[in-house]
Design a protein around this ligand. Sequence first.
Ligand code: NAD
Ligand code: UDP
Ligand code: UDP
Length: 324
Amino acid sequence: MRKYNASKRILVTGGAGFLGSHLVDRLLARGDEVVCVDNLFTGTKRNIEHVLDHKHFEFLRHDVTFPLYLEVDEIYNLACPASPIHYQHDPVQTTKTSVHGAINMLGLAKRTRARIFQASTSEVYGDPVVHPQPESYWGNVNTVGIRSCYDEGKRCAETLFFDYYRQHNLDIRVARIFNTYGPRMHPNDGRVVSNFIVQALKGEDITIYGEGQQTRSFCYVDDLIDGIIRFMDLPRGRDGEPGFPGPVNLGNPGEFSIRQLAEKIIALTGSPSKLVFQRLPEDDPIQRQPDIRLAKDKLNWIPSISLDEGLSQTIEYFDKLLAN
Ligand code: NAD
Ligand code: UDP
Ligand code: UDP
């Protein structure tokens, strides 16, 4: 039962992960009550250690592929492993998490009439032939490759969100998140920013896959969380009409080749590390850059933290982590 006259009660699934834990911090800081649900597959209690005793915080170890009965006002659905190494470890569970997890969280939102946010991804565009990618682009995704469990799971989740929106008038918010980095990334999750920083700090070889000409756009976590909360806080339309459900791209449009990223990290850490070139993984997208005109227009949002500034914060975090 909801408490009378309480602050907003917000469910964050995947709240012990990289992005989820930053979101939890921001919601607690503005006075919301937060219930964090996580099965700790890739997340860790260390990410939420500092709020475990907070009077407005509650942690539930639970797998979102199973039903969940709670009373909440808003749901942020972030539960899902995000790095290729993690989501390919148990690909069937990855699809289940995206699809069954979405059904359960949408069922919960339908029963409680809670507004619900979905952390979708730029991977719905696959290996894009349109560049940069606007939301109107339908993508170029392999249905049977090793990335498909994640890409197709996330695509199906978007479909479910929009069907609950049309069929049950749910208040949904779907954001397509592009590569995001920052403190609390998992040091061994194989993602490029964490790999390169850890390698540079340890003076090990920097592993570039392929020739390093493929591009990505990197958004610092604080900018991203700001965009997510702005989107979630947009009011509904007049008379409870659905507001803006998305999908909307959230990311930093600055585009860098993987080689440029490696060189930047070497310069910022002053590392003696050398670049080494390894095999490019299957279905690795050649280029990716968000078109964020819709986010600018609807959310009045643009990222403000430069890659150098964000990398410096992230390097500082990993430096401390490795020292322990
Ligand atoms: P992460 O792996 O750090 O966090 C995911 C969290 O979900 C972890 O704490 C994990 O334990 C939890 N989880 C996984 N399966 C679960 C299940 N079945 N039940 C309950 N909890 C489960 O990854 P992240 O980078 O913080 O990503 C968060 C969300 O944002 C994911 O949905 C991801 O797909 C999406 N996203 C992230 C990025 C990025 O660059 N970080 C880009 C696009 C989309
Ligand atoms: N569900 C849940 N929590 C709730 C309500 C529903 O986990 O508070 C799950 C439930 O297991 C169900 C799913 O969400 O299978 C979808 O719910 P919905 O009401 O849309 O469909 P139905 O109950 O008809 O399957
Ligand atoms: N990558 C790399 N070396 C690494 C890790 C990743 O060259 O040690 C490349 C990877 O092949 C991809 C890019 O960096 O082209 C981004 O990889 P990541 O796994 O971070 O994200 P995604 O491919 O999902 O965008």
